[in-house]
Design a protein around this ligand. Structure first.
Ligand code: GLC
Length: 407
């Protein structure tokens, strides 16, 4: 099996931010607004007059991502409405430079590079705006490849390209060899990802693809037994119900659920790509910033366990939801559903089994909470190890807590 270093490096990024930003952000009804609300083009294109992100939109986004513990950002450089945030260099006039006189992808990449975050480009495959998509598919593919070529050649080294929308014309020959080959010729170590969508989560696609996707799902172990190449996996998730900004969507996920999703992704060495949809001016809402800050606080406490360690074939026998990762001489035991104990007036008193039993080939030297360094009780008899978690006391509630086991 071929193992490529850049794919292994991608897995260690662990946590990324997805950004859906475009003309639809001015409408505030999600990125599918044009289609789902049947907005005529004449009206939709009026958004062009108001689309002018504030000067420091990219810097602020990158700062928020970094504070959350994200190592990369995947930005919608062109979504299904066909509008490009980058300079299409004459391919058409339906791009940011013609609207606000700025190349927003360049601003994004510069902000990423300045703050040590890796830029990734989302690019649509289906296109509602480009006429050739319906009338002359061969010509459309040429247009698509020229567009992608610009992204690969005008912005320096990028982390990867994330395609979406092939599912719209499954019967067509998308000439994937040519598309992916083009990327490879400019960006040797870029991840090439093609979202298989809701109905084919985790499906292995073309041999040039470097990661499978689990859009709004739960990652599963991927079966690489018949794959000639080692591939990564990534799960993307919305914060509320939309990818693009939707003003009246109140269905935000609790931060506890987001922390759990991030942890569960790492169990399968999958990356968690958490989405935000900035408003028309490119800024995030207070709730986005708040959630990112909470995630960042949790990620900072658990950073040692989050990025580098890899899954091991050790089951926690009495608590299968809990799991271990390993890096060098350390195991990291991720613990879910720890009870809280305290005074009956303020804390939930649940009596629970706090022992976690599993087998390790090595002798355990010490066990402590990763977030505080406080020692934890453990016993070892032969290869059988039991780590006893202490319940939360009123004053703390980590949702998922990590015990560091040194062997
Ligand atoms: C779906 C949607 C699209 C969104 C993507 C994110 O494919 O069509 O709007 O960008 O999911 O994964």
């Amino acid at each position: 099996m071929i193992v490529k270093q850049y794919i292994k490096d991608f897995e260690k990024l662990g946590f990324g931010m997805f950004v859906h930003f475009g003309l639809y952000s001015c409408i505030g009804m999600g990125e599918w607004a044009k289609k789902s609300r049947s907005i005529p083009w004449e009206e939709y294109l009026k958004t062009l007059d108001s689309f002018c992100p504030k000067e420091d939109w990219a810097k602020e986004l990158v700062r928020a991502a970094k504070g959350a513990g994200c190592k990369y950002i995947t930005l919608t450089t062109r979504h299904h409405d066909g509008f490009s945030l980058y300079d299409t260099c004459g391919l058409n006039e339906y791009d940011a430079p013609h609207v606000c006189g700025r190349d927003l992808v360049k601003e994004f990449v510069d902000a990423c590079n300045a703050q040590g975050i890796i830029p990734f480009f989302y690019h649509t495959l289906l296109d509602w705006h480009e006429e050739s998509y319906q009338t002359n598919f061969q010509a459309y593919l040429v247009y698509l490849r020229k567009s992608v070529e610009l992204l690969c050649s005008n912005y320096g080294k990028i982390g990867g390209i994330w395609f979406d929308g092939m599912w719209d014309k499954p019967e067509e020959d998308w000439q994937e060899d040519a598309l992916y080959g083009l990327i490879r010729s400019y960006q040797k170590d870029a991840m090439i990802i093609n979202n298989t969508g809701l109905n084919a989560r985790g499906a292995l696609g073309h041999i040039e693809l470097d990661s499978v996707t689990f859009e709004r799902g739960r990652p599963q172990p991927i079966n690489l037994s018949d794959s000639p190449k080692y591939i990564a996996s990534e799960m993307c998730e919305t914060f509320a119900d939309h990818w693009g900004y939707a003003e009246n969507d109140f269905n935000f996920k609790p931060t506890a659920e987001l922390i759990q999703s991030l942890a569960i992704c790492r169990r399968y060495r999958s990356n968690f790509l958490f989405n935000v949809g900035p408003k028309a001016d490119g800024s995030l809402r207070t709730i986005d910033k708040g959630a990112l800050e909470i995630l960042g606080q949790w990620a900072a406490l658990n950073a040692e366990a989050l990025y580098e360690p890899a899954p091991v074939a050790v089951e926690v026998e009495n608590k299968p939801k809990n799991f271990l990762l390993k890096n060098g001489n350390n195991y990291y035991l991720f613990l879910f559903d720890i009870s809280m104990r305290g005074d009956g007036n303020v804390a939930i008193n649940k009596e629970m089994v706090l022992d976690n039993t599993f087998s390790l080939p090595e002798t355990v030297q010490s066990v402590c909470w990763l977030d505080s360094g406080k020692p934890l009780q453990f016993t070892q008899t032969g290869d059988r190890v039991t780590v006893t978690a202490e319940p939360y006391r009123y004053g703390q509630s980590f949702v998922v807590r990590v015990a560091k086991i040194t062997v």
